[in-house]
Ligand binder design. Structure first.
Ligand code: NAD
Length: 374
C-alpha cells in the first residue's frame, strides 16, 4: 500500500458555526485518504469499553475503521486479530508503542486506558505522527490537558475527546430545548450520575490511575449536561464531599455534590457517586419542565417535555462520535468535542475538588471558553 499522504495546508477557519471557542480551531486540513475504509484507527487499551463498545461500533462506522490495536497482553491480541482480521504488523504493545510511527495503516490512535495514562499516551501518539482521540476524562488534571493540546498542535495532529453524548439525539434535544429557550428561560437544573462501585482492586479506586473518584468517571457527564443544556459557562462553584463511607472510599471520594453558578440566576445542582445508582438530567424552564433519564447511558435513553415523551430511538453513539472525528481529520469538518473541551472540564473538576476540600465557593475565572452551541 502506498504511504498515505497527510500533506496539510493552513486555512483560515475563523470561528466555527457551532463550537464557540476562544481558540482558533486547528488550522490544518488533511487530504482525504485513498483508502475507501476511511481513517484507520488503533485502539490503545483493550478493556471493557474498547471490547464491548468501540470495536463493535467500528464495524458500523462509515468514515473510519479498526486498523490496529495496542495491548499489554498478547494472548488478548489473538482473539482480536482473529475476530477483526487485524494484520500482525498492526498489533503493538506498550513497549513498542512508539514504533507505530512507521505504520501506514494507522492514522489515529484512540486512548482507552485508565485516566492516569491518557496524557502520556496522547503525547506519545502525537509525537509518533498520529491523530488522537482520547477518552474522558481527558487527564488527571487541567495542567496535563494543556500539555496534551500543545503536543498535538506541535505535531500538527488533531485531538478529539470521546464525548459520545454530543452526538446522542436525546442530549442534543436537551441542548435545543435549553439553549433555544423553547419553553422560556431555564430557571433550574438538577442532574446526577452514579453507580455502586465496591471493588477495592479496580483502577477506578486508585487515585493515581483514576485521578479521583466518581466525579472523574461519571460526574463529568453531569457537568457537561448542565453546561450544554444552558449553552453557557459557569462563573463560580461550590462543592461538598458527602461520602457516606469515607473509610471504604479512602483514596478517592465516594459521593460529591456541587452547585454551578452562572451569570443568570439559574439554580444548578449536581451530584455523583460510587455509593448509589442514579442517572438523570432535569431542567425547569419558565413554561414547563423537560428531562432525560437515563440520560448518559449508551442506549435506552428516555425523555419528557411539556408536549409529551421524546422519541428518537437509539443510535450507536460511539459510531457517530468516531465518524464525526474522522470527517474532522479527513475533510476538516468542525469537531464538536476537541481537546479544549476536555481541558475546560478538567479545569472545572480541579476546582470542584478544591472547593470540596475547603468548603468555599471558588471563582472560575480563566475557564477555557468553549461551548457546543446548537
Ligand atoms: P478497563 O479497566 O476495562 O480497561 C482498561 C484497559 O487498560 C485494560 O485493557 C488494561 O489492561 C489496560 N491497562 C494498561 N495499563 C494499565 C494499568 N497500569 N492499570 C490498569 N489497566 C491498564 O477500563 P474501561 O472501562 O475500558 O475504561 C478505559 C477508559 O475509557 C477510561 O478512561 C474510562 O473513563 C473510559 N470510558 C469511557 C466511556 C464512555 O462512555 N465514553 C465508557 C467507559 C470507559
Amino acid at each position: 500500500m502506498k504511504r498515505r499522504s497527510f500533506l496539510s495546508k493552513s486555512v483560515k477557519t475563523g470561528l466555527a458555526a457551532s463550537v464557540i471557542s476562544q481558540f482558533p480551531l486547528f488550522n490544518v486540513i488533511s487530504r482525504p485518504l485513498k483508502s475507501e475504509k476511511g481513517l484507520g484507527i488503533a485502539l490503545v487499551g483493550l478493556g471493557n469499553y474498547s471490547t464491548n463498545q468501540l470495536a463493535p461500533a467500528l464495524q458500523e462506522t462509515k468514515n473510519c475503521y479498526l486498523a490496529g490495536i495496542v495491548t499489554g497482553k498478547y494472548d488478548k491480541a489473538d482473539s482480536w486479530i482473529e475476530k477483526y482480521s487485524i494484520p500482525d504488523k498492526n498489533v503493538f504493545d506498550y513497549t513498542n508503542f512508539d514504533d507505530i510511527s512507521e505504520n501506514q495503516d494507522i492514522d489515529a490512535v484512540y486512548i482507552v486506558l485508565p485516566n492516569g495514562l491518557h496524557a502520556e499516551y496522547t503525547i506519545r501518539g502525537a509525537e509518533a505522527g498520529k491523530h488522537v482521540i482520547c477518552e474522558k476524562p481527558m487527564a488527571n488534571n487541567a495542567a496535563d490537558c494543556k500539555k496534551m493540546i500543545d503536543a498535538c498542535k506541535k505535531a500538527k495532529k488533531k485531538l478529539g475527546i470521546g464525548y459520545r453524548l454530543h452526538y446522542d439525539p436525546y442530549n442534543l434535544e436537551m441542548m435545543r430545548l435549553g439553549q433555544k429557550e423553547v419553553y422560556g428561560k431555564v430557571t433550574e437544573i438538577d442532574a446526577g450520575f452514579g453507580f455502586v462501585l465496591r471493588n477495592q482492586d479496580a483502577w477506578r479506586m486508585d487515585k493515581q490511575l483514576a485521578g479521583g473518584g466518581p466525579l472523574m468517571d461519571v460526574g463529568i457527564y453531569v457537568l457537561q449536561g448542565c453546561i450544554y443544556t444552558l449553552g453557557m459557562l459557569p462563573e463560580s462553584l461550590v462543592a461538598r464531599d458527602v461520602t457516606k463511607e469515607p473509610d471504604f472510599y479512602d483514596d478517592i471520594e465516594g459521593t460529591l455534590e456541587w452547585e454551578l453558578k452562572f451569570k443568570s440566576d439559574v439554580k444548578v445542582s449536581c451530584r455523583t457517586t460510587y455509593e448509589d445508582n442514579y442517572n438523570y438530567l432535569k431542567a425547569q424552564a419558565e413554561k414547563g419542565a423537560f428531562d432525560i433519564g437515563p440520560a448518559y447511558s449508551y442506549n435506552g435513553l428516555k425523555g419528557n417535555t411539556p408536549e409529551g415523551a421524546m422519541d428518537f430511538g437509539n443510535i450507536n453513539q460511539q459510531a457517530a462520535q468516531m465518524d464525526a472525528y474522522a470527517l474532522h481529520v479527513l475533510e476538516g469538518k468542525e469537531l464538536l468535542v476537541p481537546g479544549e473541551m476536555g481541558w475546560r472540564d478538567m479545569f472545572l473538576i480541579d476546582r470542584i475538588y478544591e472547593s470540596a476540600k475547603t468548603g468555599k465557593e471558588v471563582s472560575l475565572k480563566g475557564i477555557p471558553k468553549i461551548l457546543h452551541k446548537v
